[in-house]
Design a protein around this ligand. Structure first.
Ligand SMILES: Cc1ncc(COP(=O)(O)O)c(C=O)c1O
Length: 299
């Protein structure tokens, strides 16, 4: 597989208030964010030159930093404007935006009260590779031995880099066995989420999704729930135990990156992308593209 490394590309990166040439957006190896995971980030999708739910993502970035005990030195409005400027500078049409904030190099140790807070925002092309029909086939998931920690064990209500350590371990483990992604349980043994997305199930024409009480209540998750309610679907947000898996007929994951993606396997359990999954996949696809087109028309 030929890779286009993320440190060797054309374009600009917004870095502490300025656009800098892509290859020059560097930080020191003695950054607290790297050693002690004092780092938070966002993942946003750009459709037709416009970020879907930009301000909710920026607000979550601010919130994640606050949960880790630091304040990003740019307001939500300033960060939104930086994202819009970056899209213009990089002439992005369909892509992805990655804001990341971290503690710098002033102090090296667990305590880092005086460290400077940095913010960088990168963007890259991310065209729609799969038509909704191609995605319908569904992904294969493997149950991870790693569990989402409880809210008294880790800052679970934040998109903090440190929380992804067990996601990468889970995903690598799943990929090594030929699966696409991993399904993680939580510290109580309940079904929680995928490594970068939330999960929904269908049983007897009704939706079931885990309570997001120890993992991200994703922006896509909430958007999909709104779309489901518009169709009159009943949604049960509740504790879901693994022994319920055989009773579900459909399963799908939702997130900024995966959008709505059907699941066809979780270990020995099989699912089909039925009417509800297909409708929500198409509704979400239409909504994000409509939002992009409307924002473009309003300019
Ligand atoms: C672990 C995890 N859960 C859920 C989500 C879904 O969140 P969102 O829909 O806001 O992208 C993401 C993606 O950001 C994630 O990384």
């Amino acid at each position: 597989m030929s890779l286009l490394p993320y440190d060797d590309r054309d374009g600009v990166i917004w870095f502490d208030g300025e656009f800098v040439p892509w290859r020059e957006a560097k930080l020191h190896v003695l950054s607290h964010g790297l050693h002690y995971a004092s780092c938070v980030f966002e993942g946003e999708r750009v459709y037709n030159g416009h970020t879907f739910k930009l301000t909710p993502h920026t607000e979550r970035l601010h919130h994640s930093a606050k949960v880790l005990g630091f304040e990003i030195p740019y307001s939500v409005a300033e960060i939104d404007e930086a994202c819009r400027g970056l899209i213009r500078e990089n002439k992005l049409v369909d892509g992805y935006i990655r804001p990341v904030a971290w503690r710098g190099s002033e102090m090296m140790g667990v305590s880092a009260q005086q460290s400077k807070i940095h913010l960088a925002i990168a963007s890259w092309e991310w065209p729609a590779y799969f038509s909704p029909e191609a995605r319908m086939e569904g992904i294969r998931m493997k149950i991870s031995p790693w569990r989402r920690p409880g809210p008294d064990t880790a800052p679970t209500d934040s998109k903090a880099a440190g929380l992804y350590m067990i996601c990468t371990l889970s995903k690598h483990m799943a990929e090594a066995e030929g699966y696409n992604d991993a399904l993680m349980f939580d510290y109580r043994g309940r079904i929680a989420e995928a490594t970068g997305a939330n999960i929904f199930f269908v049983r007897d024409g009704e939706l079931h999704t885990p309570d997001p009480d120890c993992f991200l209540n994703g922006i896509t998750r909430r958007t999909v729930m709104d779309l489901a309610r518009k169709r009159g679907y009943v949604i049960h947000e509740r504790a879901i135990m693994p022994d319920e898996l055989p009773s579900f007929s459909e399963a799908f994951i939702v997130g900024t990156a995966v959008e709505v993606t059907p699941v066809r396997e979780i270990d020995e359990h099989r699912f089909k992308a039925g009417e509800m999954t297909v409708n929500l996949l198409k509704d979400y696809d239409a909504l994000v593209r409509e939002a992009g087109a409307q924002s473009a028309a309003a300019e």
